[in-house]
Every structure is written in C-alpha cells, then in structure tokens.
Design a protein around this ligand. Structure first.
Ligand SMILES: [Zn+2]
Length: 574
C-alpha cells in the first residue's frame, strides 16, 4: 500500500464527557463545562443534533423538543448582552443572539415572541426601517441579561417544521458554530451509533461524479460491533474510496441523529478522521460534497463519503492521508476498520478485509461531448443563446461539463438549456444569462424571468438582450414571463366593518410564479407593521396603541418579484 506523504496530524484534546463510563472523544480545543445552563426548563430531548445531515447544510445547533407546543419560556444560557436581533420570513424566524464574556455567543431561534423589552426594541426598529424583516445589533450593552432571564418564548417561526427551540453556541470572534454538547450541555447517552451499510467507490484516477462505479455491501451487527453480511473479502481496484451509512440515537428519545466522529483505519493506520466539533457557516453547503449527492438525489440515501474532494473546504476533517483515498497494488490482504462515535464517546466498529484485484471493476468510461471544467479556476460556457459563468470555488472536483438544448416550451420565450445535470452539486451561485427569442414583446421584457423545467422560478432580469440570473444548481432552464399579480384574501375584515373587538386584521396572500417580494400596509397613509408567515400564507397586523379609536383607512399592497401589484383597500372603525 502506497501512503502519500500528505499527512495531516491531529493535535487533539481528549474530552471526557461522561466520567461514569470513562469514554473519550477527540476535540481540537477545550471548552467551558459549567458556564452555560440549558435554554429550556423541560427535560432535554432532541429533535436534531449538531452536525446532522440536512438538505444543503449541516445542522448548526441543537433542536430541543418542546412537546409539540409553542410558548415555553426560553432562558438566557449565561450572563451577557443581546448582540443581535433578527426577524426573518424564512430561516431563523424570530431570533435572539447573546454575547457572553467568556467569548461565546448563544443563539435562540424560531421564537414565538420576544420578552417585552426585546419586543419593544424590535418593533421600534421595524417602524424605523419600515420593514417586517430586520437584522440589527442593539446599541452595545443596551440590553444586558443574566443567566436564567426569560428572553422570549419558544415557537415555530421561520423555516421550522414544527414547534421546537433551535439553540446554537458560536465562537464570538470567528463565528464558528460549536457543538453545544461539548460545552456542558450533553444529553444522557448510553446507546452506540448504528451502521447501516458500506459503499465502495472505484475512482481509479477520475473525479467523483454520478458516473463513479460503486458497490453496496449490507452490514449486520448490533451493540457496537458490525461486519459485512457477505463478502468477507472485498476486491478493490487501484484507487478506491469508502462511504458509510451511519446514525446515532441518545437515551433521551428514539429520534435518529448524526454521529460525532468517523475514523477509517487501514492496517491500523488512520487515513480519514472527521468530527462535528465545530465548523463555519459559509462551508455548510459543502455537505453536498461530503455526502454521495447523486445517491441522495436519485434514491434519497444519505451516504457519507469518507474521501474528500479537492474543492471541499469543510474543517470537519482532522486527519487525512491521500484525502481518504486508498491506493493498493500489492497482493496482500488488508484490514479495514471504521470507528464511529457519538458525542458521549459510545463507539461502534465495522471491520472488513480488502485485496487488490485489477479486474475488480471495469470502469464504464462513457466518452460524451464534454468540456473539462477545473475546480480550482473560473469556468465559462458560451453560445450565441446562453452564457454561463462558474466562479472559482463552486465546483468540488473537476467536471466534464455537458450541454444540450431542446425546443422552447409552450410558455417559453427561449429554448430549454440543459446545463450538465442535477446530480452535480454547486457550492455557490453561478451566473446564467439566456437570450430570449424575439417573440418576447418589448412591453414584457421587464416581466421576463428564468424558470427550471418544473416551472420553478429562478429569478432574473432583462438587460442587454439577455435574461440574467444567478442559480445554485445545474439543470434545465428557459425564459418565461410573469404578468399575474399576487392574490389577497381578507379573512376577518370587510369594508366599513367595526374592528373594535379584533386584536388583528388577517389576510391570506399568494403568488403563482415569481413569488411575493414586497407587502406594504398603511393606515391613514402611515406605514404599519404587517407580519408574514409563508408556511400558512398568512399576513396580519396586530393592533396596538398606534391605532386610536374612530374611523381609519387601510391600504395593503402586495407585489411579486416581477412588480405585478395587487391592492386591497378598506375603511374600518376601531
Ligand atoms: Zn435547528
């Protein structure tokens, strides 16, 4: 076995989380163990753990279960001051950030509401900038909190799939997200990780792609000891990588979570080590390189690849030999071992043997008409009808880029341009310009946008003869137009109604294509706060002492991304 000399050593701390069973996990840094209290007073149970595999990101905190209800008090985990407040239509919804003197920041997200003091600050800001969405830092030290103060109540705001509290701990300086279970908030856990299957990828000098030949080996075992169901000896080709299906449960609930670390050893030597101690937000999308992305897209399988593509900048890797790829050319049998740990140090192993066999796999080298895109540079593809620019850093590996087109669809103003395929992930946006045909009327140019072949809006504006957009995926795109305004359905208000006994006015709003971009409510000509929850398409205004008794004139304007506007007007009494 050839061991290339690119070796990354880990200079780790050993963290003893549970002295009763004296199990250890590796961490790079050491963390305070007594500074923070849990943010809820419920028995801790997780709906999501740190580093868990999610679509397009690793989970960045702990999701505490809240008995499927909203409205539990949320407590400051330690003394500090509120450093950032956020109201977001998607994402974190209502969120509080607290900076602590020990150098950490805690984040509390999807809150139903803030405490009175914070709520007032947020509302003042919303009225000042005339926007429901806000993201601002209160003046330094303006809102200080003590450990255990109620900062708000748990909820389901933003992109939340059910009531829970999303809680994070970050390094204030670097903004790295840290596993809260390493910072004194560990949950009881005596259950070892489970291993669900092994994959062998035959790279043999090629970049990883949906074309990479791979084989699946079922795994059997329990109580931490796993082996292959069949094939006691796996034949490998010249260059192979491994992939694993693994998850963890803790003692608090039956929910499946991500594991803490994965180590891969060949003949006792560690060639791959990854752990979810801490990572950077702006690397999180590289989960699409960490996993077998084509397998997720085509068969909804979460396979964790234990070799690293060159354009993957994730900092979860603690030790890598030859990026986790194995180059074997001798006739010996080699021992391979997986060590998989949860954050409490419970360890599971999978052992198997491999042997080099040059006939192990016949690589299906499909030579199609493609263009080589290199991962470490910017790449472009241009015709007289389409213009594609991939900035440096969006590819994880070199790519044989394929392009084709097909005739324009019935609602289209351009052919459908097929950019490679959906099985190759991108780390960031790429520039896509499509030239509309001259059947696009001059007066509709400002209504033009790009859609994919399922007619999902991809944005874009008409400029210099092109509809110009940025997209985050490869796939099939064409030009169409959106000329239809959003709809507004009043729920509890009609023209001339008395609203004396209503605490709010409520509407449902929706848009059919480009999406709601702006909503503006005015009362007697003055801007008022309209709040929006896209999960229920609900838009509302909660009356406060800004609205005096008597007659009022209300106007609501809702616009989509192509400036199609719908207006609703009503007089009411208060
Ligand atoms: Zn979460």
């Amino acid at each position: 076995m050839a061991i290339p000399n690119k070796i990354l050593l880990f200079t780790g701390a050993l963290l003893m989380l549970n002295s009763s069973n004296a199990q250890v996990i590796h961490t790079k840094k050491s963390y305070p163990q007594t500074d923070f209290r849990p943010p809820l007073e419920l028995r801790p149970a997780l709906a999501g753990a740190f580093g868990e595999l999610r679509k397009n990101h690793f989970h960045s905190g702990l999701d505490y279960k809240t008995n499927q209800h909203e409205g539990y008090p949320v407590y400051a985990a330690a003394d500090g001051f509120v450093s950032r407040l956020k109201v977001q239509i998607g994402g974190f919804g209502n969120a509080v950030y607290i900076d602590h003197p020990n150098g950490y920041t805690t984040v509390y997200a999807h809150l139903q509401r803030f405490n009175t003091r914070i709520a007032q600050t947020v509302k003042d800001c919303q009225y000042q900038i005339q926007s429901f969405e806000t993201d601002f830092s209160p003046r330094y030290l303006e809102i200080s909190v003590k450990k255990g103060d109620i900062i708000g109540w748990s909820g389901n705001t933003g992109s939340s799939g059910g009531p829970h509290l999303h809680f994070e701990i970050r390094d204030t300086q670097t903004e790295e997200i840290i596993n809260p279970q390493l910072v004194g908030l560990a949950l009881p856990d005596h259950i070892k990780p489970e291993i669900g299957g092994l994959y062998v990828y035959h790279l043999d000098g090629e970049s990883f792609s949906d074309q990479t030949p791979k084989r699946y080996f079922p795994v059997v075992g329990n109580a931490g000891t796993y082996k292959l169901q069949e094939a006691p000896l796996i034949d490998v080709s010249e260059e192979v990588g491994f992939g694993i299906v693994a998850y963890d449960k803790n003692s608090a609930s039956d929910t499946k979570h991500g594991v803490y670390s994965i180590d891969l050893l060949v003949d006792g030597q560690n060639i791959y080590s990854a752990s979810w101690e801490r990572f950077f937000f702006n690397h999180s999308r590289a989960i699409n390189s960490y996993i077998d992305y084509p397998a997720l897209q085509t068969s909804n399988k979460w396979i964790q690849k234990n070799f690293v593509e060159p354009g993957n900048l994730l900092t979860i890797y603690k030790n890598l030999v030859s990026n986790g790829l194995l180059h074997i050319s001798d006739k010996q049998i080699h021992q391979v071992q997986y060590l998989i740990k949860d954050v409490a140090g419970n360890t599971s192993t999978l052992n198997f043997r491999i042997k080099y066999n040059p006939t192990a796999i016949i690589t299906n080298k499909k030579k199609t008409d493609t263009l080589l895109f290199k991962y470490d540079q910017a790449n472009t593809f241009n015709t007289d009808k389409v213009n594609v620019l991939l900035p440096k850093g969006v590819l994880y590996s070199n790519l044989n880029f394929a392009y084709s087109s097909s005739p324009k669809p019935i609602d289209g103003f351009s052919p459908i341009h097929h950019l490679h395929n959906k099985l190759t992930p991108l780390n960031d946006t790429i520039r896509l310009w499509i030239k509309p045909e001259n059947t696009l009327p001059v007066n509709l140019k400002e209504k033009a946008l790009l859609v994919d072949n399922r007619r999902m809006a991809q944005g874009g504006t008409y400029e210099d003869g092109y509809v110009k957009a940025t997209v985050k995926i490869f796939g099939s795109f064409y030009v169409t137009v959106d000329t239809i305004a959003p709809t507004i359905t009043p729920i509890n208000i009609t023209d001339g109604k008395s609203m004396k006994n209503s605490s709010k006015m409520v509407f449902k709003i929706s848009d059919h294509l480009s999406g709601i971009k702006k909503f503006v409510g005015t009362l007697d000509g003055q801007w008022i706060l309209m709040e929006f929850d896209p999960k229920t398409s609900t838009l509302w205004h909660s009356f406060d002492d800004r609205t005096s008794a008597g007659k009022h004139f209300f106007k609501l304007s809702v616009s989509d991304a192509k400036a199609n506007e719908k207006v609703y007007k009503a007089r009411f009494y208060r």
